[in-house]
Ligand binder design. Structure first.
Ligand SMILES: Nc1nc2c(c(=O)[nH]1)N[C@H]1C(S)=C(S)[C@@H](COP(=O)(O)OP(=O)(O)OC[C@H]3O[C@@H](n4cnc5c(=O)[nH]c(N)nc54)[C@H](O)[C@@H]3O)O[C@H]1N2
Ligand SMILES: Nc1nc2c(c(=O)[nH]1)N[C@H]1C(S)=C(S)[C@@H](COP(=O)(O)OP(=O)(O)OC[C@H]3O[C@@H](n4cnc5c(=O)[nH]c(N)nc54)[C@H](O)[C@@H]3O)O[C@H]1N2
Ligand code: SF4
Ligand SMILES: [Mo]
Length: 757
C-alpha cells in the first residue's frame, strides 16, 4: 500500500512574498504543494503559481557540472577543483593587472534566495571588488533615493498596512497578479467588499485590481506625474492637508506648497486623460480617511518621471499625515539591508559617474561601464542568480558588453542567456536543495523571517553558494588554516558553553587581521557551520542576527525573544533555526517609525530640490514620435509569468506564447483579429506575437508579458525560444535622469498585422 509522504515546510520562490508552503517530495519531485498555515505572514495563503514549483526544481536544462567555454564558443564539462582554480586564477589576474574595482558583481539573489549573495560578499572582498548591482537598480533605486531624502537614509524603507488601511491606493501596481503585500487577493477582496473602505487604483489598464476598485484613475500611460501633482495641488488648494502632522513632524512644507500652488489642476488632469471630478474625489477621500496606505510599483517606477513619481506619491501620504500610524505607512525593522554593498557612492560609477544608490549602479548604465576604452572600465564580472542578458534593458547591447569582458563567471542553476556568454559556469544547488531564505522582510508592525531547510540533497555535481564561495575565497588565499585555528577551538566549546567564547574568538581574530571581517560569511560557514548540524549554510545569519538584535532590541524582545546584548542575538539566531515555518522577529508600536527616521532633527524633509525642479518642467508637453505611435508596456505581470524562474514553458497553461495585448479599437484599425500575428517594432528591435484583444487597454497602449523569450531544450534536446524577450525591444538609454531606472513600461512602438502564413 502506498504511504502518504510527509509534508515538509518551505516557501514559494516566485515573488517577494515567499508564501510559506507545505510540500511532499516523491522520487525527487515536489508532488503535493499547499499553503502553510503555520507561516506567520502568509498563514496558508498562496496563489496558483506555487503549485508548479516542480517545473523549477526539475526543469530540463538544469546544470549539473561546472562548464568552461572553449575557443569555438561551445562548453566543456570540468571538475570543481579545476573550475575553482581557474576562476580564481583568471579573476586574480584581472585584479592584479587592473585592480579589484575592475571586476563587477551583478545579482546575489532573486525572489527566493538571498543567502548566496551574502556569501558572495566574501568572494568580492577577497578580490577587492568594489562595484555591484542587481535587479533592484532597474526598479526600486529611485524610490530608495527619495526615502533617503525624506527620511534620512535610503534604508528608511516604508511598509504599507493594507490589512488595516481605510483607504488603499495602488499606483502602477497590479497586486492581484503581482502580489507585493501579504495575502494580496484576500486583502483586496476584503477592502472591495467593505463599504466603509475605499480602493483607489492609478493604472492605464483596467487591471484585475482596477476591476475591484472604487475609484480607478485610468491615466494615459506615462502621465502619472500629472495626476499625482494634481492630487497634491488639490490638497493645497482645498486646504486638505494635515496641519498638525506637518507642524509637528516635517520641515519645508512651504516650499512644497509654493511648488504646487500654481498647478492648473484641470489642465494636468486633462493631460493625464482622467476626469478632474474623479481626481478631486479620490484626493478628498484620501484626506478624509482615518488611515491610508499606498503602494507604488513598476507602472510608475519603470516609466517617465520615475523618481519624481515616487516623490509625489510619498508627499501625498505624508502631507495627509498617514505616516507612523496604524493602517498607514511605517518604517519597518530590518534583518539584513537589501542594498548591494557596492562602494564609491560619492564619486558615482567609475566610467560615467552615474549615481550609486544603496550600493547599486543603475542597471541601464552597465553596458556604458564596459563598452569603452576608459581605463577604469569593468573588465570582468561575476553574475550570481541573475540573468542580465535577458532581464536588463537592451539585450543586444548587454550581450555585446558581456562578450567584451575578459572574464565572465556565472553562478546559476540553469543554462541561462547570460550563462551562455560566460567563460565559466558554476552550477548551484537549487533553492530546495540547500538552506535558503530571503531578506524581503519588509513588514510592519510584525516583521517575519523564514529560514528554509532543504527538501532534497543537492543534485550531484552542484554545490550550495556557501560552499562555492568558501572554495573561491580559499583559492584566492583569503585566509589560512592558521587564521581559523582559534575559531575552531572556540567552536568546539559551543555544545557545552554556548557561543560566548566563539564570539570572543571571532572578535579577537578580526582585531588581529581586520581584513578577515569582510570574509566573515565564509569564515563563519567554515567554523560555526559545523556546529549547526546540517544547517552550516545558515552560519552567516548568526552575524546578521547579532546586528539585528543590536539595532532593534526592543522590537526583537516584543517578539518574545529573550536576552540582552549578544545573548539576544544568539536567541534570535536559535529561534530562526528552530522555527521551520518562519517566525516573527520584531514587533513594533507606531512610535518605532519615528525612532527610525534618520534625519538629523528627526523630521521628514518634505522639499527635495532636484525633484521640485523636475516638477516645474512638467508644464512642458513631452514630444511624441509619429513613427512610433503606440506605447508598449514591455513586461506585464500575468498569471503565467514568474520572472525567469520557470524556464520550462510547459508550466504555463494559458497564454503559452505570451500574447501582445491590444485594444479593440486599435485591433480593428490594424485589421487584427484575436490570435492573429502582429509585428511590434521599437527603435531597438522587432518581434512577432499572437494578439489578444482586450477592452482593458486604452487605444494606443499595448502590452507584452515579462519573463518570456527564454530558450529551453525540447524533447529532442534542441533549444527553442518561447515568446518575446521584452528587452530585445528596449534601449539602455531610455531611463530616468536621476536614478537611471529604465522606461520598460513606456517603449515607443509601432504595430502591424503580419499576413497569415
Ligand atoms: N505573476 C507574477 N507576479 C510577479 C512577478 C512575475 O514575474 N509574475 N514578478 C515580481 C516582481 S520582480 C515585481 S518587481 C513585481 C512587479 O509588480 P507590478 O509592478 O504590479 O507589475 P507590472 O505588471 O509590471 O506593472 C504594474 C502595472 O503598471 C501598469 N502600468 C503600465 N504603464 C503605466 C503607467 O504609465 N502608469 C501607471 N500608473 N501604471 C502603468 C500596468 O498596467 C500594470 O498593471 O511583481 C512581482 N510579482
Ligand atoms: N522589459 C522588462 N524587463 C524587466 C522587467 C520588466 O517588467 N520589463 N522586470 C524587471 C524586474 S522587476 C526584475 S526583478 C528582473 C528579474 O530578472 P532577474 O534579476 O534576472 O531575476 P530572475 O528572473 O528572478 O532569476 C534570476 C536567476 O536566478 C537563477 N536561480 C534560481 N535559483 C537559483 C539559486 O538557487 N542559485 C543561483 N545561483 N541561481 C538561481 C535563475 O535560474 C535565473 O537565471 O527583471 C527585470 N526585467
Ligand atoms: S508567487 Fe508570490 S503570492 Fe504566489 S504563492 Fe508564490 S510567493 Fe505567494
Ligand atoms: Mo522586480
Amino acid at each position: 500500500m502506498a504511504t502518504t509522504p510527509d509534508l515538509k515546510p518551505t516557501a514559494c520562490i516566485l515573488c517577494s512574498q515567499n508564501c510559506g508552503l507545505q510540500v511532499a517530495v516523491e522520487d525527487g519531485h515536489l508532488t503535493r504543494i499547499r499553503g502553510d498555515r503555520a507561516h506567520p505572514v502568509s498563514r496558508g495563503y498562496t496563489c496558483e503559481k506555487a503549485r508548479r514549483l516542480d517545473h523549477y526544481q526539475n526543469a530540463a536544462g538544469r546544470l549539473d557540472t561546472p562548464l568552461r567555454r572553449r575557443p569555438d564558443g561551445s562548453f566543456e564539462a570540468i571538475d570543481w577543483d579545476t573550475a575553482i582554480g581557474e576562476v580564481a586564477a583568471r579573476l586574480g589576474a584581472v585584479r592584479d593587472a587592473h585592480g579589484g574595482a575592475s571586476i563587477f558583481y551583478f545579482g546575489g539573489g532573486g525572489q527566493g534566495n538571498h543567502l548566496g549573495g551574502g556569501y558572495g560578499r566574501a568572494t568580492r572582498a577577497a578580490l577587492g571588488m568594489k562595484y555591484a548591482s542587481n535587479a533592484l537598480a532597474q526598479e526600486k533605486t529611485g524610490e530608495f533615493w527619495v526615502d533617503g531624502q525624506l527620511f534620512g537614509r535610503p534604508r528608511c524603507h516604508t511598509a504599507p498596512d493594507f490589512e488595516h488601511a481605510e483607504v488603499a491606493v495602488f499606483v502602477g501596481k497590479n497586486p492581484w497578479q503581482s502580489h507585493g503585500f501579504p495575502r494580496a487577493r484576500v486583502t483586496l477582496k476584503a477592502i472591495a467588499a467593505d463599504p466603509a473602505r475605499t480602493l483607489i487604483v492609478i493604472d492605464p489598464r483596467r487591471t484585475e485590481t482596477a476591476e475591484l476598485a472604487d475609484i480607478h484613475l485610468q491615466v494615459r500611460p506615462g502621465t502619472d506625474a500629472y495626476v499625482l501633482a494634481a492630487m497634491l495641488a488639490v490638497l493645497v488648494e482645498e486646504d486638505l492637508f494635515d496641519d498638525g502632522f506637518i507642524e509637528e513632524h516635517t520641515t519645508d512644507f512651504g516650499t512644497v506648497q509654493a511648488a504646487v500652488e500654481h498647478i492648473d489642476v484641470a489642465e494636468y488632469c486633462a493631460r493625464a486623460g482622467v476626469s478632474e471630478v474623479l481626481v478631486r474625489a479620490a484626493t478628498r477621500r484620501i484626506a478624509a480617511a482615518e488611515s491610508v496606505s499606498m503602494l507604488e510599483d513598476l507602472g510608475i517606477q519603470q516609466a517617465p518621471h520615475s523618481t519624481l513619481n515616487s516623490y509625489i506619491e510619498k508627499l501625498v501620504y505624508l502631507v495627509t499625515g498617514n505616516f507612523g500610524v496604524r493602517g498607514g505607512m511605517n518604517i519597518h525593522s530590518r534583518f539584513v539591508s537589501l542594498g548591494g554593498g557596492g562602494g564609491g557612492a560619492s564619486a558615482g560609477s567609475p566610467v560615467g559617474g552615474h549615481r550609486i544608490i544603496s550600493g547599486l549602479i543603475p542597471c541601464n548604465a552597465i553596458p556604458d561601464e564596459i563598452l569603452t576604452d576608459h581605463p577604469r572600465r569593468f573588465r570582468a564580472m561575476i553574475v550570481e542568480s541573475g540573468n542580465p542578458a535577458h532581464s536588463l534593458a537592451d539585450s543586444p547591447r548587454m550581450r555585446e558588453a558581456l562578450r567584451a569582458l575578459e572574464c565572465l563567471v556565472v553562478i546559476d542553476i540553469a543554462m541561462t542567456e547570460t550563462a551562455r556568454l560566460a567563460d565559466y559556469v558554476l552550477p548551484a544547488a537549487s533553492q530546495f536543495e540547500k538552506w535558503e531564505m530571503t531578506f524581503f522582510n519588509l513588514e510592519f508592525p510584525h516583521n517575519a523571517l523564514h529560514l528554509r531547510a532543504p527538501l532534497l540533497p543537492p543534485r550531484p555535481g552542484t554545490l550550495p553558494e556557501a560552499e562555492i564561495h568558501r572554495r573561491l575565497v580559499r583559492a584566492l588565499g583569503g585566509y589560512t588554516d592558521a587564521d581559523l585555528a582559534p575559531l575552531h577551538a572556540a567552536a568546539a566549546l559551543i555544545p557545552e558553553q554556548g557561543r560566548g567564547a566563539f564570539a570572543m574568538a571571532f572578535m579577537g581574530t578580526v582585531a588581529m587581521r581586520p581584513a578577515l571581517m569582510a570574509l566573515a560569511p565564509v569564515i563563519l560557514y567554515e567554523t560555526l557551520g559545523p556546529t549547526l548540524g546540517d544547517a552550516a549554510e545558515a552560519a552567516l545569519l548568526w552575524g546578521a542576527a547579532q546586528s539585528c538584535a543590536m539595532s532593534f532590541p526592543d522590537a526583537v524582545k516584543r517578539a518574545g525573544i529573550a536576552g540582552d546584548g549578544p545573548a539576544l542575538g544568539d536567541a534570535l539566531f536559535d529561534a530562526l533555526l528552530a522555527n521551520r515555518s518562519g517566525m516573527v522577529f520584531s514587533v513594533d508600536d507606531y512610535d518605532a517609525t519615528w525612532q527610525r527616521v534618520e534625519t538629523p532633527d528627526g523630521r521628514v524633509r518634505l522639499a527635495v530640490p532636484e525633484l521640485l525642479a523636475e516638477l516645474a518642467t512638467l508644464a512642458l508637453a513631452p514630444a511624441r514620435d509619429p513613427d512610433y505611435p503606440f506605447v508598449l508596456a514591455a513586461g506585464e505581470r500575468r498569471s503565467g509569468t514568474a520572472n525567469t524562474i520557470y524556464r520550462d514553458p510547459a508550466w504555463r497553461k494559458h497564454d503559452a506564447a505570451g500574447a501582445l495585448r491590444i485594444s479593440p479599437q486599435d485591433a480593428a484599425a490594424l485589421g487584427l483579429v484575436e490570435g492573429a500575428t502582429a509585428r511590434i517594432t521599437t527603435r531597438r528591435g522587432s518581434a512577432v506575437a499572437p494578439v489578444e484583444i482586450t477592452d482593458t487597454l486604452q487605444p494606443g497602449h499595448v502590452t507584452l508579458p515579462n519573463g518570456l523569450g527564454l530558450d529551453h531544450p525540447g524533447a529532442d534536446g534542441r533549444r527553442v525560444v518561447h515568446g518575446v524577450a521584452p528587452n530585445e525591444l528596449t534601449s539602455s538609454g531610455d531611463r530616468d535622469w536621476l536614478a537611471g531606472t529604465p522606461h520598460h513600461k513606456h517603449v515607443p512602438a509601432r504595430v502591424e498585422a503580419v499576413a497569415p502564413a
